[in-house]
Structures are given as structure tokens and as C-alpha cells.
Design a protein around this ligand. Structure first.
Ligand code: NAD
Length: 497
């Protein structure tokens, strides 16, 4: 993998300019593979959020963004997509450098990010339309969809570029202006996105990026009265904090939160494919994946074969340099997060589970590595079966009957994803419909068509993004009611009593 330059110092992007924080404060951005400083980043606070919101508000109220023709607006989205494609290798490199995600995986994410812009440009053309209801020859009511205003987009550090574009594309396509507050542990590709938007020539203030910490920059964005929408992806606890902090300014929220998703493997499953999918689902993205299948429920009758197959593969999973195209699992995002995940391995032991780990080469001990790990003898009430670990750690549990599998799978506060493996078609649908989750995959690894809704049930989220479902969040529905006949109007005050 060839290397690419990155700025020595990352600045905010506000009103079409790359700028410093008023305070001059900066924070260090650290490489998860070496724990050496990559560069510094401007630390935004209330003042930068105020500047960005003012710019976005001005661009929304008086700029040409929402009043220009739809074709012209969407041409900017196609331009952004093309620029992402042209910079795809650089984006993948920066993302792997910043997050420790293996380069093979970030390359796919960069392609998907470009697709997000093209997809939403097409969706606005083909699916953003109103409806009309006629009442005899008296009235017509019709609906139109308008942009809501200034959108605050708050994103996490896992797969940051893809998740950022996943929000920015529908927000802009529908005519909103926005402020992106990327995660403090992964600023590089958000900066690259600002450079791309700048090069695409969007009107000033339409898209802004403010770097900084959640408790300061993020909280100021949430509390700002001129921000109408908050699309948030991150931890459940943060999501609930955001809703509390934004309560006084009555916002609209889209909440994509944490997960602890089950994979249920029945004895009649396609064995090899189920093993592959289970391993991919928990160890891809270094296990830092919201939809990771972190709770395996395997039918007791095949427990030995299935667990043996997992354990046989574990030491061969390639852990290493995220820039090496052979690497399958890289270092975790940050030392603090690595320690949190390692702490869960201790908790597992103290709860009575058996901890079986793969291999991290000695040469890579400077990085934030956690070896791919399988926890055996887990029971569903253990913390490691209930809490989101967000690392390469699979908790294995057993079940005997279909009813037991459903009961155990649902006995958790989260409800983001779920995976079912069986060749019994009736059972597959029966179980799928009984699982409390926003998304269920049957006999499939985690693949997603951009047209379908994405989101979670229970503590995993509120609302759905993706496809035309995102329009509900990013647009305001207005009803226009028009008389086409002369139906009598009550004549108050004209009656002589
Ligand atoms: P996090 O909640 O710590 O941070 C996410 C973002 O919120 C960051 O930009 C952070 O700066 C900001 N933030 C933190 N406190 C804030 C506050 N008080 N006000 C406003 N903003 C604040 O999450 P993370 O550790 O970056 O990401 C991992 C989490 O994200 C996991 O729980 C994972 O499951 C979840 N996630 C969910 C999805 C999904 O679609 N459901 C996708 C990816 C990640």
C-alpha cells in the first residue's frame, strides 16, 4: 500500500474556509498501530459551533442551496461522488492510519461512501414526491417535502468515512445545510471530506465540519436553538444524554445506537457457511462493528463440531498491520478502548467463562491489539453476554429448542441486528419474525442493499435511515389544502338572531 500525505494540523471547515479554533486549542491524534502522534487537530467548542451554525443558517435561509434547481443541487452530489472515487486509495489509507481498520476493509468503505452520494441523488429524483388526495369536486390536499433546516450530524470512529457520508448525502440531497461533528479519535477522513466538498464548489456554509470532543463541541451542537435535526450514531448512553440535552430546543432525532446482536445456528444449518459468517461477523472491522454478531447461540446437538471449527480457525486469523492487505484484524481505535475490551476478558474469567484467544505477533505489541477471542461456557445473564464489548470477542452460548433460542436471543436490552442459520424455511421466517431487532439476516452474512431501512429496536435506536426512509427524517412534510369548488363556508356573524 503506497502512503499518502496528511495535514500536520487538521482545521475546522466553516463557511467554506479551513479555520482554527478561536481558543487556539489543539488535541493530538494518535496512530492506533504505533501509538505515535499522527498530527494535531483543532479543538472546537461552543464558539466554533456558533460560527458553523450561523454559516449553515445563513446558507439555508439566504443561500442558493435550497432554491436552486434540483438538478443543479444533485450535480454537486455527483461531483462529490466522483471526487471520492478519484481519492479512494487515499481515503482508505487515511482511514486505516487513523482507525486501525484493515486496508482491504477501508477500500470497500471508500467505494460505498461514493455510492451513498450517487444513491441519494437518484433517490431524490425518483422517490421524493408528494401525494394528492381529492375530495369530490370540492378540495384537493397535496403534500410536499421540504428541507428542515440546519442538520447536526454526530458520528462515531468505527467506519467513520462511510458513516459520515451516510448522513451528509441525504441531508444535502434533500436541501438541508449541515454541520458534521466527527469523532475525536478519527478526524482524518472527515477532513478529507471537507477538502472534497470544497473542491466540488458547494456554496459556502452548506457543509461545515467542527472537530472536537463530545462533551463540548458535540454538546454545543445539540443544544443550539438554530439546529433542527440531530442525526447521531454512537453509544446508547451518549444517545440518551443527547436527547436530554436537546430537550429545551425541541429537535428531531435519528438515533443509531449500540448493539449486542445474536447469531442463532440450528443443527440443520449449512455448516461451513455458518462458520464463515459467524467469524466474519464478529472479527471484521476489528470487532468494532455495531451489527457484529457478538452473541452466538448454537444448538446443543452440533456444539462440539461448531465450537471446534471456530477454535481451529482462531489462531489463523491474520492479526497485524492495518496497511498490509493480508491483515484481517488490526489494532483497536485507541489505548483507552483496548483497555476497556481487555477488561471484559477479565470480567469473563471472573464470571466463570473460558477465554480462548488467537494470536497477536510480538512485533505488533505497540499497537492497541486485542486478539480475536472466543468466550466459552457463557450464560446469558453474564455481563459479557449482555453488554456491548465492541471488540473482537464472541460469547458462545447453547440452546436446545427453537423457543429457547428465541427467548435467549431476545433477553438483552439491545435490538439492532440478528442472524439466523437454518435450512428449514418455515423455521427461518418464524424465528426471524420473533426476534426483537431492526434487521435480521437469514443464512447470510451482513450485506446491505442501500434501498432498505437501517436502524435498531429497543436500546439500539430510534428511527430508520437508509433508502427513502431517510426522507422522513431529513424533510418536513407540508400539506397544502386547496378548494377547487365553492363549498359553502359557515357564515359566522351574518345570522340575525
Ligand atoms: P460515542 O457515543 O462515544 O461517540 C459518538 C460521537 O458522539 C462522537 O463524535 C462523540 O464525540 C460524540 N459525543 C459524545 N458525547 C456527546 C455528547 N454529550 N453530546 C454530543 N455528542 C457527543 O460512540 P463511539 O465510541 O464513537 O462509537 C461506538 C458506538 O457507536 C458503539 O456503541 C456502536 O455500537 C455505535 N454504533 C452504532 C451504529 C448504528 O448504526 N447503530 C453504527 C456504528 C456505531
Amino acid at each position: 500500500m503506497s502512503s499518502f500525505a496528511h495535514p500536520e494540523h487538521v482545521q475546522h471547515y466553516i463557511n467554506g474556509q479551513f479555520v482554527e479554533s478561536a481558543s487556539g486549542k489543539r488535541f493530538e491524534n494518535v496512530n492506533p498501530f504505533t501509538n505515535k502522534v499522527i498530527n494535531t487537530v483543532a479543538e472546537g467548542d461552543k464558539e466554533e459551533i456558533d460560527r458553523a451554525v450561523k454559516a449553515a443558517r445563513e446558507a439555508f435561509d439566504h443561500g442558493p442551496w435550497r432554491t436552486m434547481s434540483v438538478n443543479e443541487r444533485l450535480s454537486y452530489l455527483y461531483k462529490i461522488a466522483d471526487l471520492i472515487d478519484q481519492a479512494a486509495d487515499e481515503i482508505a489509507y487515511l482511514e486505516s492510519l487513523d482507525t486501525g481498520l484493515p486496508i482491504k476493509q477501508t477500500q470497500k468503505q471508500a467505494a460505498r461512501a461514493a455510492e451513498n452520494f450517487r444513491f441519494y441523488a437518484e433517490m431524490v429524483k425518483s422517490r421524493l414526491h408528494g401525494e394528492a388526495y381529492q375530495k369530490d369536486n370540492d378540495f384537493i390536499n397535496y403534500t410536499i417535502y421540504k428541507p428542515v433546516g440546519v442538520a447536526g450530524l454526530i458520528t462515531p470512529w468505527n467506519a467513520p468515512f462511510m458513516l459520515e457520508t451516510w448522513k451528509v448525502a441525504p441531508a444535502l440531497a434533500t436541501g438541508n445545510t449541515c454541520i458534521l461533528k466527527p469523532a475525536e479519535w478519527s478526524p482524518l477522513t472527515a477532513h478529507k471530506l471537507a477538502e472534497i466538498v470544497n473542491e466540488a464548489g458547494l456554496p459556502s456554509g452548506v457543509f461545515n465540519v467542527v472537530h472536537g470532543f463530545g462533551e463540548t463541541a458535540g454538546a454545543s451542537l445539540v443544544a443550539h436553538p438554530d439546529v433542527q435535526l440531530i442525526s447521531f450514531t454512537g453509544e446508547t448512553v451518549t444517545g440518551s444524554e443527547i436527547i436530554k440535552n436537546g430537550a429545551d430546543t425541541l429537535k428531531r432525532y435519528s438515533m443509531e445506537l449500540g448493539g449486542k446482536s445474536p447469531i442463532i445456528v440450528f443443527e440443520d444449518a449449512d455448516f461451513e457457511r455458518a462458520v464463515d459468517a459467524c467469524i466474519f461477523g464478529i472479527f471484521s472491522f476489528n470487532g468494532e462493528r455495531c451489527t457484529a454478531n457478538s452473541r452466538l447461540f448454537v444448538q446443543s446437538s452440533i456444539k462440539e463440531q461448531f465450537i471446534d471449527a471456530l477454535l481451529e480457525r482462531l489462531p489463523h486469523i491474520v492479526v497485524g498491520d492495518p496497511m498490509d492487505s493480508n491483515t484481517e484484524v488490526g489494532p483497536l481505535i485507541h489505548r483507552v478502548h483496548q483497555q476497556r475490551v481487555l477488561e471484559y476478558l477479565k470480567i469473563a474469567e471472573s464470571e466463570g467463562a473460558e477465554v480462548v484467544s488467537g494470536h497477536v505477533p510480538i512485533a505488533y505489541r505497540d499497537g492497541n491489539f486485542v486478539p480475536p477471542t472466543v468466550l466459552l461456557n457463557v450464560t446469558n445473564e453474564m455481563r459479557v453476554a449482555q453488554e456491548e464489548i465492541f471488540g473482537p470477542v464472541l460469547a458462545v452460548m447453547l440452546f436446545d429448542t427453537e423457543e429457547e433460542a428465541i427467548r435467549l436471543a431476545n433477553d438483552v436490552k439491545y435490538g439492532l441486528a440478528s442472524y439466523i442459520w437454518t435450512n428449514d424455511i418455515k423455521r427461518a421466517h418464524r424465528v426471524a419474525q420473533s426476534i426483537e431487532a431492526g434487521m435480521t439476516w437469514i443464512n447470510s452474512q451482513n450485506v446491505r442493499d442501500l434501498r432498505i431501512p437501517f436502524g435498531g429496536a429497543k436500546y439500539s435506536g430510534i428511527g430508520r435511515e437508509g433508502g427513502h426512509y431517510a426522507f422522513e427524517f431529513y424533510t418536513e412534510t407540508q400539506v397544502i389544502h386547496v378548494a377547487i369548488g365553492d363549498t359553502p363556508i359557515p357564515k359566522f356573524g351574518k345570522l340575525k338572531v
